[in-house]
Write a protein of this length. Structure first.
Length: 148
């Protein structure tokens, strides 16, 4: 595991109290993902600079589409984002998990029912990252140059 994956793993393991059970290096279909919460069909991937090359962007797009077709929501974060805003990365993941729970189910569902910290719709933008935006999916055709 990379140092950034270790940092995120420590934080994700703490979420067991919230009813979330993340696993690392999970085989799903033909892939092995960095982190997955199978109950909520949620995947978190931590990407290094090699993922910015054209061939890697295409491979990530194919991988994400396959995982989506299997019912998983995929979040990708840059290593630098984990280093600069670990709490924001965790909150983004929690907001997605929160949006997948029916009101009143589990601790996160009760928090959402009471108007918890974040109430995103399933397709709404998630909290801003350290770089002022959530990383767009590679197939969106949006530049991923760092915001000054």
């Amino acid at each position: 595991m990379t140092p950034q994956e270790v940092k995120l793993w420590v934080k994700l393991r703490e979420q067991r109290l919230n009813g979330l059970h993340f696993r690392r290096q999970v085989p799903i279909g033909p892939y092995v993902v960095d982190f997955a919460c199978l109950k909520h069909r949620l995947v978190a991937e931590i990407d290094g600079g090699q993922h910015s090359f054209d061939n890697a962007v295409a491979a990530d797009r194919s991988r994400d589409l396959t995982l989506n077709s299997l019912g998983f929501r995929v979040h990708r974060f840059w290593n630098a984002e984990v280093d600069a805003n670990l709490d924001g990365v965790v909150e983004t993941i929690l907001a997605t998990a929160r949006s997948s729970l029916p009101a009143g189910e589990g601790r996160l569902g009760r928090q959402a029912e009471r108007g918890g910290e974040t109430q995103p719709g399933t397709d709404s933008p998630l909290p801003d990252s350290a770089f002022g935006r959530v990383r767009p999916p590679p197939w969106a055709g949006i530049s991923e140059d760092p915001v000054s």
